[in-house]
Design a protein around this ligand. Sequence first.
Ligand code: AN7
Length: 369
Amino acid sequence: MTLRRRSRRVSQSNAWPGVIEAYRSYLPVSATTPIISLLEGNTPLIYSRQLSQAIGPRAQVYLKYEGMNPTGSFKDRGMTLAISKAVEAKSVAVLCASTGNTSAAASAYAARAGLRSIVLIPSGNIALGKLSQALIHGAKVAPVEANFDACLALAKSLVNNHPITLVNSINPYRIEGQKTCAFEICDALGQAPDYHFTPVGNAGNITAQWKGYKEYRQHRKIDRLPVMLGFQAEGAAPIVHGAVVKNPKTIATAIRIGNPASWQGALTATQESEGAIQAVSDAQILEAYRLLANHDGVFAEPASAASVAGLLQLARTGYFTSRKKRQTTVVCILTGHGLKDPGCAIDSITMPKPLPPSLSAVSKAVGLG
Ligand code: AN7
């Protein structure tokens, strides 16, 4: 009797296959491209009652919770493709500069692919969760005493002198992968939203999302395009001011970027869609961060809350009431998980004091006394 070797993998025929398999015909892969995936994508599009009410009676606001990706941010969409293509090109190492999330994604996907990864991060200005990820996935981490923009310049010089693949979003495969976020939104809504709100740092994501919407329209999956609205932090708003910011400052370290690589892509997206890039203050970012956690039950990292801060800012200025009569659909991208930056959560609440193990002390402290 011959024993048939059983497949080690459980059949997952109905399971989500990751963004490359889900959108293969829209992406630059061939039948022989090795696919390195952690089954990223298919993130929740969550209705927000509080934000819908804040915008107006005919508004429907949805949160695209990209923090639910395998490494906790939208970067996984681009990284699955960038790493797959690096393996296809027989690369043995990848390199990125990062404010944190790119380094987390690069090191995880590189680990899975058996590639070495090197990450340059601005020393002291990356959230602890992200740093832990890069380290635990085995990346060579170089904390540089400089900001992200200087780290990116160093990274570009390093790849010129060594046979290493750069996996920052100037790698076009990153943009290709990240456009799948727009596809998913359209697939879920059956149409493009009227307004698309997103945080902007290096501006790769808004560039990718706009590309995604335009491709979906070309393929007649949707028949209109959203207005693209991007938000930078006030102290790191080069696109808003039309000038490089030498010393960008914001509590939202993910978007602490003074010279975005995809600057032109962001301008194209907002000009073609009649949208805008605007600034929101750290106070507005933190207000939105708390609102999301307190009223929607959604924990997003501070940079992510910039999209919601931007939505509230525009709503206050009457942006929506002065425009449309019919139903308005809004999507806010929440780019990363709140657990990435536990320090920010702890700093923005009052830490409760330790209590003696007595019923009266505990009851009193929790408001049941
Ligand atoms: C949570 O990880 O640039 O405008 O090096 O982590 O495409 O840069 C992160 C950016 C928004 C901005 N939200 O996206 C990096 C990095 C979060 C982010 C952005 C980032 P882009």
